[in-house]
Design a protein around this ligand. Structure first.
Ligand SMILES: C[S@+](CC[C@H](N)C(=O)[O-])C[C@H]1O[C@@H](n2cnc3c(N)ncnc32)[C@H](O)[C@@H]1O
Length: 289
């Protein structure tokens, strides 16, 4: 492959240059980037075509890579490092407890805070300490399409702001509760970085104690959400929409909690992402009538 060798720092500025062959991947090593060059344009030299990475899937957050599922072999890890040139690689075998803290092993480098963008939103977090699911991207976008400006919205499990920030960008006024002080500190940082201070009221603590009044929409982005439904219903009224997350088939549990609450309702199921084996992470939208 014909390349030009440039400093990694000037990579972002070179993206729109006419000589860049954007159909091929840039190769990075140390402080340098080897940028593929289009036919007919001068090049600095040749490097062998790289074999495309075909190892386990991973999530990139800033300069850190996060793997889920089975731990990679040494060969797979070496191939991944050569392919992505990260400064840190983490393996999250599981997420533990009600706070869904990642149980991470450091496979390469030192864990640290990262900042990155997803769908126009800036996030800062330390992936070794708090979770961030890129698999929820579609759900964040779907939420954005549903929300109307001025809606009163509660996010019962705000985390570092996955759904809160998306909902606020659509014009909702969000009351966001988060029980984990580490996630909460990142939530505050992310609200500020995205200039959404006027749209979001963050609160550190248990959502069962922090919600007040009634909301037009209640976000329940936790796998135990069906068990929290009776608390959410204390802050709902006719017309309220609840987004209740869960793993596997939780429709019966949700309908069980709705029974006796005094509402008719419409319920619809949306798949968010594959969870494990045949299990799906889904969200049930419930509109109270
Ligand atoms: C953001 S994670 C859920 C992740 C996301 N739904 C997903 O599937 O990837 C759930 C968050 O809820 C928080 N949480 C758990 N119980 C809570 C409670 N009773 N009140 C407020 N926050 C809570 C956890 O600390 C965690 O940050």
């Amino acid at each position: 492959m014909r390349i030009r060798k440039i400093s990694k720092r000037s990579l972002a500025n070179s993206a729109s240059e006419p000589w860049v062959d954007s159909t091929r991947r840039v190769y990075c090593e140390g402080a340098y980037a080897f940028v593929p060059v289009k036919e007919g344009w001068p090049a600095d030299g040749e490097i062998p075509n790289r074999r495309p990475y075909d190892g386990p899937g991973y999530q990139r957050m800033g300069d850190t890579l996060l793997l889920h599922g089975a731990a990679p072999t040494e060969e797979q890890l070496a191939a991944l490092i050569a392919w992505e040139d990260p400064s840190c690689v983490l393996h999250a075998a599981a997420h533990e407890g009600v706070m869904r803290k990642p149980k991470t092993a450091v496979l390469y480098g030192e864990p640290h805070e990262v900042t990155f963008r997803e769908a126009g939103i800036i996030y800062t977090l330390d992936p070794s300490q708090v979770m961030f699911s890129q698999g929820n991207r579609g759900e964040k976008l779907r939420l954005r399409s549903l929300i109307k400006p001025g809606e009163r919205i509660a996010d019962m499990f705000a985390g570092i702001g996955y759904f809160t920030l998306s909902a606020a960008l659509s014009g909702g006024n969000i009351h966001a509760a988060e029980i984990n002080p580490v996630s909460f500190a990142y939530l505050l940082k992310n609200i500020q970085a995205n200039g959404l201070e006027e749209k979001i009221t963050p609160e550190l603590g248990d959502c069962r104690e922090k919600l007040t009044g009634v909301y037009d929409r209640i976000l329940m982005g936790h796998f135990d959400a069906p068990e929290f439904l009776k608390h959410a219903l204390e802050h709902a009224e006719t017309g309220t929409v609840l987004h209740i997350h869960g793993v596997g088939d939780r429709k019966n549990a949700i309908e069980g909690s709705l029974e006796g609450a005094g509402y008719r309702y419409i319920i619809s199921e949306h798949k968010v992402k594959k969870y494990a084996g045949r299990l799906w992470h889904s969200v049930w939208d419930v509109k109270l009538l």
